[in-house]
Design a protein around this ligand. Structure first.
Ligand code: SAH
Ligand code: SF4
Ligand code: F3S
Length: 488
C-alpha cells in the first residue's frame, strides 16, 4: 500500500522514513535558526550575506533551484548575479551525460580564486551528488565545497547549513533513497508570468542508457489537491503559463493506485481562472493514452506542443534501450495526435551511437525524422553512465562514425525545422513575453503556444503580457516579429 500521504503520523526521525509535514516544519525551524545567525552577522558587520546559483540539467533542476533560492532567501541571504562575488555559491548538478559532469567539475574548480579572495563557500547539490563516487571525488579534490546534499534531501539544506555555520566543518549528507513528497517548502520563482509545477518525481522506466532513475528514485506523484492549490495560488499571483513537470507525466497517479489521472488533471487545470497556457513534459510514448490525446484536444489552455522523445528509429535499438514501444507504435501515435490537434508542434529527443547501433539502425532514425517532421529535436551522442546496464555493452562503431552520423542528423533536422518555421512568416501569433532578448536587449522575446522563440521590437515593455506579433522572418530556432501589440 502506498502510504506517502499519511499526514497524521508525527514521528520525526533523522532517517528516511519520517513524515512529510513534520519535515517541512523541521526545515522551517532550521531556517529560523540560520536567519538568526545571519541577523547577528548583519548587525555586527553591517553586511547582508549573499548567494548565487549555478543550475545545470533539466527543468527538474530549475525547479529544485527555485526551492533552494526560496530557502536561502527565507534564511536572510540576498541573491546576486553571476558576475558578483557571493558568500554561498550553490551548484545544482546534472549527470545525464559525461560532458555535463565534466563541465561542472570545471566550473567548481575555477572558483578557487573567488573562494580564497572572498571567503565564499560552495554548496553542491542535485543529481550528480547522488552518485557515491562523485561525492567521494568532491570530498577529496574540491576543498572549497563545504556542503553536499542530493536530490532526496533538499529540505535538509537549512539544517546542513546551520551545522556548517556553527561548526565550520564540511557537511556531506546524501540520501540513498527517495523519501516522501514534501509540500510547503519556500520558493523563489524565476518568473512571475510562468512557472514550473512538479506533478510526479522520479522514474520507474529504467531505459538502459539512463541514470535518472538511479539519481531521482522511484515515481512519487503529488496529490491532485496540492497541485491544484499551487496552480490557483500561482494564478492569483499573476502567473499565466504553467509547465507540469515529471520524467514521465503520463504515469502521473499510477503510484496513487489510479489510472489516467494525468488526463483528468488537465481538465481540472482547465477550470483555473487566470491561467492561459498549460504545458507539460516529458511524455513517454509507451504511456501516452487516448484519453490524454482527447484532453489535449478538448482543453483550450493546453498548448499545441508535445515533446515526445523517440530516442531511436530502429526497433532493434528501441528494444535494447528498454523503451517498450516500436517505431510503428510511435508513428501511429503521431498520426492520432495530429488528427486530434492538427497544428500541433512536435519536438523530440534522439540518441545517436547507442551500443550496437549500426548504419541500418541509424538510417531508421533518419527515416523517422523525415517522416514525422519534428519542429525541433534535441540530439545527443550516447554517453555511457556508471551503473546503467548499457554501460557494459560493447560499442561497435568508432567515435568518428558516430560523430558523422550525428552531423547528418543535425543537418536534416535543421533543414526540417527551418522549413516548418517558414510557415510562420506573414502570420500573426500570440506570444507570452518573457522580457528583453538575451542576444539583443533592444528586442523583446517570448514564446508562441507552439513553443517557438519569437524576438520582436516593441515601444513598451510587455514582459509577462500576451502580445500579438506579426512574423516577418523565420530561422530554424527563432522567429522575428515586426512589432508586438499587447493583446486585449
Ligand atoms: N524523462 C525524459 C528525459 C530524460 S533525460 C524522457 O524520458 O524523455 C533527457 C534526454 O537525455 C533523454 O530523452 C535522452 O535523449 C538523453 N539521454 C539520457 N541518457 C543519456 C545518455 N546516457 N547518453 C546520451 N543521451 C542521454
Ligand atoms: Fe531516463 Fe527513460 Fe526515465 Fe526518461 S523514461 S528519465 S529516459 S529512464
Ligand atoms: Fe540531469 Fe538530473 Fe535532469 S541527471 S537531466 S538534472 S533529472
Amino acid at each position: 500500500m502506498n502510504n506517502n500521504r499519511d499526514r497524521t503520523n508525527t514521528n520525526i526521525s533523522c532517517g528516511q522514513d519520517g513524515h512529510d509535514l513534520a519535515r517541512s516544519m523541521e526545515s522551517t525551524d532550521w531556517m529560523e535558526q540560520v536567519r538568526n545567525l545571519n541577523a547577528e552577522h548583519a548587525l555586527s558587520t553591517g553586511k547582508v550575506r549573499t548567494f548565487r546559483l549555478d543550475v545545470f540539467g533539466c527543468q527538474m533542476n530549475e525547479r529544485d533551484a527555485e526551492t533552494i533560492a526560496g530557502m536561502l532567501t527565507n534564511m536572510g541571504y540576498e541573491q546576486v548575479s553571476h558576475d558578483e562575488p557571493a558568500d554561498i555559491i550553490v551548484f545544482v548538478t546534472c549527470c545525464v551525460r559525461e560532458n555535463a559532469e565534466e563541465k561542472i567539475y570545471g566550473h567548481i574548480g575555477a572558483l578557487s580564486h573567488e573562494c580564497e579572495k572572498h571567503g565564499s563557500i560552495i554548496v553542491a547539490s542535485g543529481c550528480m551528488m547522488q552518485q557515491p563516487h562523485v561525492a567521494e571525488k568532491i570530498k577529496k579534490s574540491y576543498r572549497n565545497v563545504k556542503i553536499v546534499f542530493g536530490t532526496h534531501n533538499i529540505h535538509d539544506f537549512p539544517m546542513l547549513l546551520h551545522r556548517y555555520l556553527t561548526k565550520r566543518k564540511r557537511v556531506f549528507e546524501v540520501w540513498e533513497k527517495e523519501g516522501r513528497v514534501i509540500e510547503d517548502m519556500p520558493i523563489k520563482r524565476s518568473h512571475r508570468h510562468k512557472a514550473w509545477v512538479n506533478i510526479v518525481y522520479g522514474c520507474n522506466n529504467f531505459c538502459t542508457y539512463c541514470i535518472v532513475p538511479y539519481v531521482r528514485g522511484r515515481e512519487r506523484s503529488r496529490r491532485r489537491e496540492d497541485i491544484l492549490e499551487e496552480i490557483r495560488a500561482l494564478a492569483s499571483d499573476g502567473c499565466r503559463e504553467i509547465t507540469l513537470l515529471g520524467q514521465n507525466v503520463n504515469s502521473y497517479g499510477n503510484d496513487l493506485g489510479k489510472k489516467d489521472l494525468f488526463a483528468r488533471l488537465l481538465y481540472d487545470i482547465e477550470t483555473v481562472d487566470g491561467i492561459d497556457r498549460v504545458r507539460f513534459m516529458t511524455s513517454h510514448p509507451k504511456d501516452l493514452s487516448d484519453s490524454l490525446i482527447k484532453a489535449m484536444k478538448e482543453c483550450s489552455k493546453v498548448c499545441e506542443h508535445l515533446h515526445l522523445p523517440f530516442q531511436a528509429g530502429s526497433n532493434r535499438v528501441l528494444e535494447r534501450m528498454n523503451r517498450k514501444y516500436t517505431r510503428e507504435h510511435y508513428l501511429d501515435l503521431v498520426e492520432r495526435i495530429r488528427d486530434a490537434v492538427p497544428d500541433i508542434a512536435l519536438t523530440t529527443d534522439i540518441i545517436v551511437g547507442f551500443p550496437g547501433e549500426n548504419e541500418e539502425d541509424f538510417e531508421d532514425t533518419l527515416d523517422l525524422v523525415r517522416r514525422v517532421r519534428f519542429d525541433a529535436a534535441y540530439t545527443f551522442i550516447y554517453s555511457p553512465r556508471k551503473g546503467t546496464p548499457a554501460e557494459k555493452w560493447e560499442q561497435t562503431e568508432s567515435p568518428e562514425t558516430i560523430s558523422k552520423r550525428f552531423q547528418r542528423l543535425l543537418e536534416i533536422q535543421t533543414d526540417i525545422s527551418t522549413q516548418l518555421a517558414k510557415k510562420y512568416e506573414g502570420r500573426t501569433v500570440e506570444v507570452l513575453v518573457d522580457g528583453p532578448s538575451k542576444s539583443n536587449p533592444e528586442m523583446q522575446s517570448g514564446r508562441t503556444r507552439t513553443g517557438r522563440l519569437v524576438n520582436f521590437k516593441g515601444d513598451t515593455d510587455l514582459t509577462g503580457q500576451m502580445a500579438d506579433v506579426n512574423i516577418i522572418r523565420a530561422g530554424a530556432f527563432w522567429l522575428e516579429g515586426k512589432e508586438g501589440k499587447r493583446r486585449g
